[in-house]
Design a protein around this ligand. Structure first.
Ligand code: PLP
Ligand code: LYS
Length: 429
């Protein structure tokens, strides 16, 4: 795993000493290397520029949605996608331009769609027939308005990833099914709807994918759909949205293609197909690959349990409440001791949290140098689906989030307090 260190040999994040960050912001904490976020967004953009393909990089903000992150996305001129009224609200709070927001979701509520229309969200990615009706009904309140939409399709492609991270297969809750003709029916309805402007189609086959073949197959299939609709309905697509899902390295055992190379390989496949219409813009929706590698979680070591003949348990001051991924997806991570990240491992421990669950294991086999209570441990590549999936389980306050860039660190989400935990509780007496 790639890490950076300073003259003292300590782990650095965004040019800041990880021990100093732990001291200043306390632990547990999520720290982001903001330059790494920017660099990944730019790497995606560069691939499209090189191939001269019109594009949008739409950051899938479910991976990590805070005001500060939407501000960085806006600075980098990328689009974002949101999947709830809450993400939309947060993006708008950050003054993210509504026209550059796509709104996703398999069960958008009437209130969420109303909020999206009121905000002037650029694109609504319609997932099902219920939503197609609901949206048209809501648009009647503003007869002069036309709303840009994409139709989300399930292209019948299973990605090789954890079952909970697959979304493109036919048996999925997301999108209009292609094989049964539902997608075609949806296209007919959308094209006939006077207030809907159908830009094109969307598919997202899954997340944490290492093989480019699934994306290439999906892209080829979607192009054939667009060609068929062109012939059948005279429809000229402006957008083909291929979703996100590009896998990242969590441990040295992972060997993904660099995310931008993934996109390059997909574009190469797309460019092999002759089109009877002008090249539609290709949109991608990476979440994990933009923020995952840029994020670090800092913890402090507390208790330790040694049982002769068994692997020791080393407990830290966080756990499944701030990173549910190991418990939910059997996800693997890498930990280093922030003071000596390059020191050879002396032992392999169960790195566990403080939650009242045996499954609260952050890393089942963590090779580490000797650790003492108070030592700062950094878990790497935790920038995606960590903070955004955090909970208050066991009434633990959620950690602080800090952005580090050019040697400067800034608190961007304050640590919750015990008072925050009861702020919505009402007395029964
Ligand atoms: C529709 C859609 N787009 C984009 C993403 C982002 O995926 P990832 O974070 O794997 O890039 C997801 C999440 O899996 C998604 O459901
Ligand atoms: N939350 C999942 C990925 C996102 C799935 C959303 N479609 C993970 O941590 O791997």
């Amino acid at each position: 795993m790639d890490i950076t260190t300073n003259a003292a040999g300590h782990l650095t994040i965004g040019g800041c000493d990880a021990l100093a960050l732990a001291q200043e912001f306390d632990t547990p904490a999520y720290i982001y290397d903001v330059a790494a976020i920017r660099q990944q967004i730019r790497a995606f953009a560069a691939v499209f520029e090189q191939r001269q393909v019109p594009y949008e990089v739409s950051y899938a903000s479910k991976a990590f949605a805070t005001v500060a992150m939407y501000q960085v996305a806006a600075q980098e001129h990328c689009h974002v996608d949101v999947v709830s009224g809450g993400e939309l609200y947060t993006a708008l709070k950050a003054n993210f331009p509504a026209a550059n927001i796509s709104f996703h979701g398999n069960n958008k509520s009437e209130a969420e769609l109303k909020a999206a229309l009121a905000a002037g969200v650029g694109t609504i990615i319609v997932d099902n027939f219920y939503e197609l009706d609901l949206l048209q009904g809501l648009l009647k309140a503003t007869p002069e308005k036309q709303q840009n939409i994409l139709l989300r399709l399930t292209p019948g492609i299973s990605a090789h990833t954890h079952a909970y991270d697959q979304t493109g297969q036919t048996d999925s809750k997301f999108g209009f099914d292609l094989e049964s003709g539902q997608a075609e029916q949806a296209a007919k309805l959308a094209l006939a709807a006077p207030q809907l402007n159908l830009l094109g189609i969307h598919a997202h086959i899954g997340s944490q994918i290492f093989e480019v073949a699934g994306f290439q197959a999906a892209a080829t299939k979607l192009l054939s759909v667009l060609k068929a609709w062109h012939q059948e309905f005279g429809f000229t697509p402006q957008v083909l949205n291929l979703g996100g899902g590009f896998g990242i390295r969590y441990t040295d055992g992972d060997d993904p293609l660099p995310a931008a190379d993934f996109v390059d390989a997909i574009l190469a496949t797309l460019q092999e197909t002759a089109l009877p219409f002008a090249q539609p813009a290709i949109w991608i929706e990476p979440g994990r690959s933009i923020v995952g590698p840029a994020g670090y979680q800092l913890y402090r070591v507390g208790s330790r349990k040694d049982v002769p003949g068994l692997r020791p348990y080393v407990a830290v001051d966080g756990g499944m409440g701030d990173n549910i991924r190991p418990a939910l997806y059997q996800a693997h991570y890498t930990a280093v001791k922030a003071a000596t990240p390059q020191a050879p491992a002396l032992e392999t421990v169960h790195l566990v949290g403080k939650y009242c669950e045996s499954g609260d294991i952050l890393i089942d086999e963590a090779p580490l140098p000797a650790t003492q209570p108070g030592d700062v441990i950094a878990v790497l590549a935790t920038g995606a689906y960590g903070y955004s999936m955090a909970s208050n389980y066991n009434r633990n306050p959620r950690p602080a989030v800090v952005f580090a860039e050019n040697g400067q660190a800034k608190l961007v989400v304050r640590r919750e307090t015990d008072a925050d935990l009861v702020q919505n509780d009402l007395s029964y007496l």
